[in-house]
Design a protein around this ligand. Structure first.
Ligand code: ADP
Length: 438
């Protein structure tokens, strides 16, 4: 379109809006583009009395509408540019340039993704529609502009209201967050105070517990000690009564005295066990560190335990130790192993009880394995508690006190090692003592 008189500026504005609409720009962008074109047209016309506007659809990767406004005055760009400062904000890009035949203002606006596809047929339709476009009067255009201005003002007010509402909401949220933060801080502080108090209480409790445990140990040691003398006396007196050189007893009296002696013997072994354990717990056992000859210890055990093997179905096997010496306490080590072997013989009806020793890293492992009743896994720790005996477990000889394993574990600890068990009910048990070589 050529611009020659002022009225043409209104017409090109209408035309620009119509083009923008037909190629799919949104309503606001239609107004922006129409405003930009009419402004550029107005400036060009005022400066050079003649201008020409051309619309092109091009593609910069995405489809764009390009509007070029030319005048026939070469070298006019530098003079025009300052008048067009605001226009650039209404389109994506705007350039003012000099060409051979004149000056050109080129504006580009990207088409939205939602715009209809501009096929050659569609372009023909658009051209036809534009040719048929009847321009309105300047008054009509003024009317349209007024309407657009009112709509724009409305939009601005709506956005301002929205902003005020958002601000209010934000402030409220801030209040909420602050309140939550304060509440959390308070709760945290309170919890901290609680935890500190709890720790203090725990400390106090553990002091009390230690005191109670020491008192128990002292009590056990004293009571056991006091009991040992009278019980030993009872056993002695019983032996005297049944001695052939004493006055003869009736059969019934002899049976009763034997009962008394049996009970007293049981009681003495309980008292001895208690005393041992109490001593170990009180830290009154001081290991006597020396080189221990394992061959000798094993030989001794072989001799002392043989009498306890009362059933031909059970074989006691004391292997030759694979390690010959270690630094430890011979008496305490022998006590641990005798304890484990005695237990194994007590709970094995048939099969074998086997003792072996081998080096494992810097340690020696003593293994006492039997093919006896076994212990179910949930009791593997409980059997190391004082007085605990597996319910229903039937020792094959002797009643036991439930103090042997806790004592053995204590001693293993005193010797710098540990005692553990692996066992399956019906298959047997394996107790392993691990002690440092030196
Ligand atoms: P006890 O004097 O009763 O043998 P211990 O502390 O030595 O006391 O053992 C505790 C319990 O652990 C035993 O009563 C028995 O139920 C179980 N126990 C210990 N050794 C064995 C074993 N080799 N086989 C099966 N059960 C065992």
């Amino acid at each position: 379109m050529r611009l020659r008189i002022e009225q043409d500026v209104f017409v090109v504005r209408q035309l620009g809006r119509e083009v923008a609409r037909l190629v799919g720009l949104e309503v606001q962008d239609q107004t922006r583009l129409a405003t930009a074109i009419s402004e550029v047209g107005r400036v060009m016309l005022a400066e050079s009395r003649e201008a020409e506007v051309a619309f092109t659809i091009a593609s910069n990767g995405v489809p764009v509408l390009e509007v070029a406004v030319r005048n026939p005055v070469p070298g006019d760009a530098a003079r025009l540019a300052p008048h067009l400062g605001q226009v650039g904000r209404l389109v994506d890009t705007m350039e003012v340039g000099d060409e051979e035949t004149g000056t050109v203002v080129r504006m580009v606006r990207r088409l939205p993704a939602s715009a209809p596809k501009l096929t050659p047929e569609r372009m023909d339709d658009i051209r036809e529609g534009l040719a048929a476009h009847v321009p309105g009067t300047p008054l009509d255009e003024l009317n349209v502009q007024n309407q657009q201005l009112i709509a724009a003002l409305d939009e601005v007010r709506r956005q301002r209201d929205d902003l005020a509402r958002l601000n209010a909401e934000l402030e409220e949220t801030n209040h909420g967050v602050m309140a939550l933060y304060n509440q959390l801080s308070e709760e945290l502080e309170e919890t901290n105070r609680g935890v500190v108090a709890l720790y203090a209480e725990l400390d106090e409790k553990s002091v009390q517990l230690r005191a109670a445990s020491e008192a128990k140990t002292r009590f056990l040691a004293n009571v056991s000690h006091e009991l040992r003398a009278p019980v030993t006396a009872i056993i002695g007196l019983g032996r005297l009564l049944t001695d052939p050189s004493s006055d003869s007893l009736t059969e019934e009296q002899r049976r009763q005295v034997e009962l008394i002696r049996g009970s007293a013997t049981d009681l003495l072994s309980l008292v001895n066990d208690l005393l041992d354990l109490a001593k170990a717990e009180a830290g009154r056992i001081e290991p006597n560190w020396a080189a221990v000859d394992l061959k000798a210890v094993f030989g001794q055990l072989r001799g002392t335990l043989r009498p306890l093997v009362t059933r031909p179905e059970v074989e006691l096997i004391i292997e030759e130790p694979a390690v010959t010496t270690l630094r430890s306490d011979e008496v305490l080590l022998a006590q641990i192993l005798r304890n484990l072997l005695t237990n194994a013989l007590k709970f094995t009806a048939a099969g074998s009880v086997r003792l072996s020793a081998r080096a494992v890293g810097d340690d020696v492992e003593f293994v006492v394995a039997d093919t006896g009743t076994g212990i179910s896994s949930e009791l593997h720790e409980r059997i190391f508690e004082e007085f605990y005996q597996v319910p229903g477990s039937q020792a094959l000889n002797g009643r036991g006190t439930g103090l042997g394993l806790p004592y053995a574990r204590r001693l293993a600890g005193l010797l710098g090692g540990a005692l553990r068990v692996e066992s399956t009910v019906g298959e047997g048990s394996t107790f392993t003592v691990r002690l440092p070589l030196s």
